[in-house]
Design a protein around this ligand. Structure first.
Ligand SMILES: NC(=O)c1ccc[n+]([C@@H]2O[C@H](COP(=O)([O-])OP(=O)(O)OC[C@H]3O[C@@H](n4cnc5c(N)ncnc54)[C@H](OP(=O)(O)O)[C@@H]3O)[C@@H](O)[C@H]2O)c1
Length: 401
């Protein structure tokens, strides 16, 4: 649809939806108009005329005159329903719902191929950072080795403020919630789950491997204390929640966990709510993209860029994913390519030994005991870290070295 005015059906008018509205209003280059906005709560006061809104998804999905459906809602199941119905109707879709995309990727991929429509979702990973299309297109010709990224602004904001203000996790979290940097229920962010959905999508575009969310280890910052930050600080290190996707021979390691980071990497200087993606290729060496990883206007601008890409019929080519598909249209199970049986050096802080009995310790390099706390620096079997993944009862803090 080059040079044509684009008609948009928008789902969601929250943080990102309103950001898109503002960014679109300021945009000089793109001729686009939001024809209808579908939201959920009839009692909410809106900044636009009531006539712009609907509460019935069919008012958008049944229209024949729309070029794009833009899905920016907070309900994962409803988002999948909306996105898949639009694609079945032959309409291109832009989405920022990483959880919905990560949980339903295989089905969404199939629908794109079957109905020859485009589904693009740059805003779902790294907010304003243009990373997915870069991984898909630019790094296609590069021997990619690994991607290491700070993908959750809430976690980075919390650890930054803990370090700079010398305060404990609970106090900073409360403040972050009051200032809009953390959700009332912060679990999805602080447990590393949100970052996991994002590294899953990155792995598709970086290496062409599709994993299921529960195959990816996510350890978060929910148990971090100021003393952990202090331990790092004394060694000129910082703690960051790092998402990793890397190729080791013909296998891949994909996981999310806190890491001690030293000054030699640019990730060290990524503070507060900022995100960063470091991409390492055999010939390009390390390149780092940084920017606001969330928020109304940064994410809205990524969504706008996707809408704009549709004007020149852009769609992800999934060239790397298709390489593994043997022409039969089915995405192979990536379990065989996933390496979870390796050893990793970690810092583990715990109160009593029974809390870490499921950890397979290969060797201990350093051990510290006090009345309040214990920590070890140890090499452990990576697989055994899954015992701590998503475990709300565990109070153990684990950080890769
Ligand atoms: N916030 C960010 O910085 C950011 C960044 C990247 C990606 N994302 C993703 O973008 C999506 C939207 O996030 P957000 O922060 O904008 O959420 P939000 O501020 O909570 O707004 C959510 C919007 O979705 C609407 N909604 C929820 N369920 C609906 C349903 N079943 N049908 C129609 N509308 C429905 C809500 O309607 P009401 O207005 O009636 O409540 C609201 O307008 C999420 O998937 C999120 O993960 C967010």
């Amino acid at each position: 649809m080059p040079n044509k005015k684009i008609s948009i059906g928008l789902f969601g008018f929250g943080c990102v939806g309103q950001g898109l509205y503002d960014v679109l209003n300021e945009s000089q280059g793109l001729q686009a108009s939001i024809e209808k906005i579908c939201v959920r709560d009839k009692s909410k006061k809106r900044r636009l005329d009531a006539g712009r809104f609907t509460y019935d998804k069919k008012d958008i999905l049944n229209r024949k005159d729309l070029d794009v459906v833009v899905e920016l809602i907070s309900d994962t199941d409803a988002a999948f329903e909306i996105v898949s119905t639009a694609m079945k109707n032959g309409v291109n879709v832009v989405s920022a719902s990483k959880e919905m995309l990560a949980k339903n990727f295989a089905e969404l991929f199939k629908l794109q191929q079957q109905h020859k429509v485009s589904l693009i979702y740059e805003g779902s990973v790294g907010g304003s950072i243009p990373i997915l299309r870069n991984l898909e297109e630019y790094y296609d010709n590069e021997l990619l080795q690994n991607v290491r990224a700070i993908l959750n602004g809430t976690c980075n904001y919390i650890v930054t403020r803990m370090e700079l203000e010398g305060k404990d996790y609970g106090e900073i979290l409360k403040d972050a919630q009051a200032n809009g940097f953390a959700e009332a229920d912060p679990w999805l962010d602080v447990s590393g789950c949100d970052a996991k959905y994002k590294i899953l999508l990155i792995s598709v575009h970086a290496f062409g491997i599709l994993l299921k969310p529960d195959q990816i280890l996510n350890l978060g910052i929910q148990n971090i204390r100021y003393e952990d930050i202090l331990y790092a600080k004394e060694k000129n290190l910082r703690i960051k929640l790092i998402s990793r996707s890397e190729k080791i021979g013909d296998k891949y390691r994909v996981f999310v966990m806190p890491h001690f980071i030293d000054k030699s990497t640019e990730l060290f200087n990524v503070m507060y709510e900022y995100n960063a993606v470091e991409v390492e290729g055999a010939f390009s060496c390390k390149q780092t993209f940084t920017g606001k990883g969330a928020g109304s206007h940064p994410t809205g601008s990524a969504v706008l860029s996707d809408i704009s890409a549709l004007t020149y019929n852009y769609r992800y080519g999934y060239k790397k994913l298709k390489k593994f598909m043997n022409g039969n249209g089915i995405i192979p199970d990536a379990t065989k390519s996933l390496d979870i049986d390796f050893n990793i050096k970690v810092y583990v802080r715990f109160s009593n030994k029974s809390e870490i009995e499921k950890l397979e310790i290969v060797s201990i390099e350093e051990e510290y005991k006090s009345a309040k706390n214990n920590y070890i620096i140890a090499t452990v079997n990576f697989k055994s870290l899954f015992h701590f993944c998503g475990n709300k009862d565990s109070k153990v803090f684990i950080c890769a070295i």
